[in-house]
Design a protein around this ligand. Structure first.
Ligand SMILES: NC(=O)c1ccc[n+]([C@@H]2O[C@H](COP(=O)([O-])OP(=O)(O)OC[C@H]3O[C@@H](n4cnc5c(N)ncnc54)[C@H](O)[C@@H]3O)[C@@H](O)[C@H]2O)c1
Length: 336
């Protein structure tokens, strides 16, 4: 049994509390920490089976009974808490992104050197049943040499302007998942990125200094070309699709829906909208990524997504931003 402390009791912290308490047999949550913990969240966590509630995450780091921490606090705390947790000898699962600043991610890399700590980054989409199947087909050579990768990733509703201001921008907050997916599906790293982006959904996002619509082309090290299209607002729901096309064929996946029912009548032929957002679409993936993390601790094996898998999509995000600002293709080596 692995004893866990969770730092941050916001949207994603609660997802992981619920996963561990209801779906991960080999782990238990001893403590949940959040400086803004309110009574309702504390009561909810107690009902889930969490033993201790605290406002200070350092209690978790100082607790000798806790083997591992999940860092689910705001992004600007991830790298510093990662380093503290590694130094305290705790295994770390860190939500994406580790940091917006490459030098701070490198401090985490250095802290891990020579330690026995397991480190995993929260790119949950790799554990989605649809994307796993596409990746497996591509990795087994079923599409032959990979030529093209297409990712569609559109949110059902835009975030608030307040969120946008602290998010690090769309490329580091949202597209970062797609950069990870491109690496996952291609089985290699990116070489160069080119971005076209605009504010077409909400002028407030533009006023906050960000974009809400983008197409990013990525040249991969194996020669494949990837295209990512992003929107902060798809009126029909969370649109998450992927395609890998190659010399022998294509592996593709559509959206998950509540049912596969298609209604055909005099008005037309209609089906279900995609599952609304990440909490609906990826609950199983969130549980699976934590199961893999716990298994790596128990079996003393590598985690499926280490600290370098956390760094590389950040490099791609920074390259995408630079490409947009300078209207030119940007090599990843320029960012490194
Ligand atoms: N993998 C995913 O699909 C996914 C989805 C959502 C969010 N995230 C990431 O998770 C992180 C949190 O996002 P969220 O949507 O849950 O945000 P949120 O604002 O709902 O929650 C963040 C929580 O962290 C708490 N916090 C801040 N500083 C803290 C500290 N020092 N110690 C403990 N708690 C602290 C805040 O009080 C807040 O309750 C972000 O980095 C985000 O990028 C990942």
């Amino acid at each position: 049994m692995v004893t866990v402390g969770i730092i941050g009791a916001g949207r994603i912290g609660k997802v992981h509390v619920e996963s561990i308490c209801t779906k991960v047999a080999d782990a238990k949550v001893k403590t949940l920490a959040d400086p803004f913990m309110n009574d309702a969240t504390a009561q909810w966590a107690k009902n889930m089976g969490v033993e201790n509630i605290t406002k200070d995450y350092k209690e978790i780091l100082a607790d000798p009974e806790i083997d591992a921490v999940l860092i689910c606090s705001s992004t600007d705390t991830h790298s510093a808490i990662s380093v503290e947790a590694i130094k305290a000898g705790k295994h770390v699962f860190c939500e994406k992104p580790i940091d917006h600043d490459v030098s701070k991610i490198k401090e985490v890399v250095r802290a891990l050197e020579g330690s026995n700590v397991k480190y995993q980054v929260g790119f949950n989409r790799r554990f989605d049943h649809n994307f796993e199947a596409v990746q497996r087909a591509a990795a087994e050579g079923k599409v032959g040499d990979i030529h093209l990768i297409k990712i569609t990733s559109r949110d059902p509703e835009p975030p608030s302007a307040e969120y946008v201001k602290v998010s690090g921008g769309m490329f580091l907050d949202m597209t970062i998942h797609d950069f990870d997916m491109v690496r996952f599906l291609a089985g290699c790293d990116a070489e160069e990125v080119y971005t076209q982006a605009a504010v077409l959904v909400d002028p407030a996002i533009g006023e906050a200094g960000d974009v809400d619509t983008a197409v990013i082309t990525v040249k991969m090290e194996n020669g494949a070309i990837a295209v990512i299209d992003n929107s902060r607002k798809a009126v029909y729901g969370y649109d998450q699709r992927a395609e890998v096309f190659g010399s022998k064929g294509m592996a593709a996946t559509g959206n998950d829906t509540a049912s596969a029912m298609v209604l055909s009548n005099g008005e037309g032929v209609t089906g279900e909208k995609p599952l609304h957002f990440f909490l609906e679409r990826y609950m199983d993936a969130y549980a699976k990524e934590i199961k893999c993390f716990i298994e790596a601790i128990e079996k003393d094996t590598e985690t499926p997504l280490g600290v370098m898998d956390g760094l590389k999509p950040v490099l791609m995000g920074l390259a995408a931003k630079k490409s947009m600002e300078e209207h030119r293709p940007v090599k990843i080596s320029e960012i490194e």
